[in-house]
Ligand binder design. Sequence first.
Ligand code: FAD
Ligand code: SIN
Length: 533
Amino acid sequence: MQKSDILVIGSGVAGLSFAIKMAQKRKDLIITVLSKTSTSETNTAWAQGGIAAVWDQKTDHPEKHIKDTLVAGDGLCDPEIVRIVVEEGPLRVQELIDWGARFDKEDDGSYDLGMEGGHSENRILHYKDITGREIQRTLVEKAKTFDNIKFVQHLYAVNLITQHHLGRNLTRLSNDIECYGAYVYNKEKNETQTFLSKITVMCTGGAGQVYQNTTNPILATGDGIAMVYRAKGRLANMEFVQFHPTALFTTTEENPDYLISEAVRGFGAVLKTPDGKEFMQKYDDRLSLAPRDIVARAIDNEMKTLGAEFMCLDCRHLNQEDFLEHFPNIYEKCKSIGIDPFKELIPVVPACHYVCGGILVDEHGASSIKNLYAAGECTCSGLHGANRLASNSLLEGLVFGHRIADKLEKLIDLVEYKEGIPDWDAEGTLEPKELVLLNQSWKELKSIMSYYVGIVRSDVRLRMALNRLHLLYEEVEELYTTTSISPQLCELRNLITIAYLITTGAQMRRESRGLHYTLDHPERFDYLETTLM
Ligand code: FAD
Ligand code: SIN
């Protein structure tokens, strides 16, 4: 058994910014930060465009950022949370800079603020086209300066520990569920260990791997969301899945798909059909810089109408020197597949990018389960509503990491370790004979979600998806209960749960709003309601 005052599951922007803040406040506490691969391998490290914050007070104002976030969120944001994140955001970004993060500057020393879809002002701080890598580097380096942060890598959290493991029957109506830590699988030792904690903070990121095309790295399997769902915690808004309009189209199957940052459109690139015609004027006055839900649907519609495999981004008119300075990696990636962005159109397709729903948390990151907090992409805090505004995700991770540490500084002294937690029960399970079957089920799952629960939905498609998911669920549950566990099996099981939650959320929402568009209910109703699960 491993004991720490605080168990943080995840080492991206949310997990590390929380751990740093907590370690600063309470040097007497042991904070364990768990990663299923290496500490630096996260969704965060893949972020390109940057981090949105009101920086230039002469041109920008928090009210403008608030309004842009609310407009993108299509009526489902929590205005109080939006205000908190926008107003506290610049302070958190300044701390990041103080810890060593570099963001691009103009010749006069001011920050070079980028533009992205849905923003009314230039407010995106960025480091070339690899902002996430820079933020991850900064956070890892800072976190390593604290003796009381313990990094545990290549260990996989399987389940949260609650009263269920003490023999109590919990249901979704139980309102006194408590978390005592997590069961964690150690591949090297082939055993599942008990990680006991007073407080657990879930920061496990997104679930993009539930779709065929995704910009998310393979670790994005929705583990935290599924764990909280199994523990009977509350989730919300799972139907709102954001498809990024411009992932690079390639003829080879890549996983993940390479992202062509929205900042490229913010820089002046224009969406066109493969034969070079602009089309966004048919869909929105903001053209290529409309919010993501609108642009992704427009591209999807053009592809279907024209029978095309992709749409295109035209960068040929842009200043080459400036482009290379801003997007050196995007340029190199295009060149590596034989496309010269200065001479040719870049082929792009929409790809699953971000799950707006997740673990329901309050303004301090507290979940519905006692002693369980959560931050970052695995949560539904109320910031994103029905559609996340570009570059608001890193900001949310920073702000909530800070707020949870603030909340826990004194509160943790009131919490004790739970006694009598049983070891993980692996009795009666056998070594799996054919792990290859998991790959096949994973492919099936991705294909079901992409085909039936994609950008445009319908009642019949959702029903067909659920029927197929049910079969997969039964097969994988049988494997789970009869064979010894592995991360692959747990990830597949979690993704099936995520798929189920997205699909049932979509069924419950009998309107079209933000990222959820259905042919059978194309109107937007005049009620403002979160889908609770
Ligand atoms: P992550 O950074 O994903 O970290 C998750 C952590 O959880 C990892 O350490 C992982 O090991 C751990 N973990 C997960 N499951 C388990 C488990 N079972 N056991 C143990 N550990 C586990 N957002 C922006 O704001 N601006 C951008 O420019 C931007 N660009 C993006 C570009 C790309 C290509 C992608 C994919 C996303 C982008 N996003 C951007 C979104 C943003 O990067 C993510 O939403 C954000 O980084 C999520 O941070 P997080 O801390 O919640 O989780
Ligand atoms: C991008 O660079 O286009 C991604 C920005 C984001 O997801 O917020």
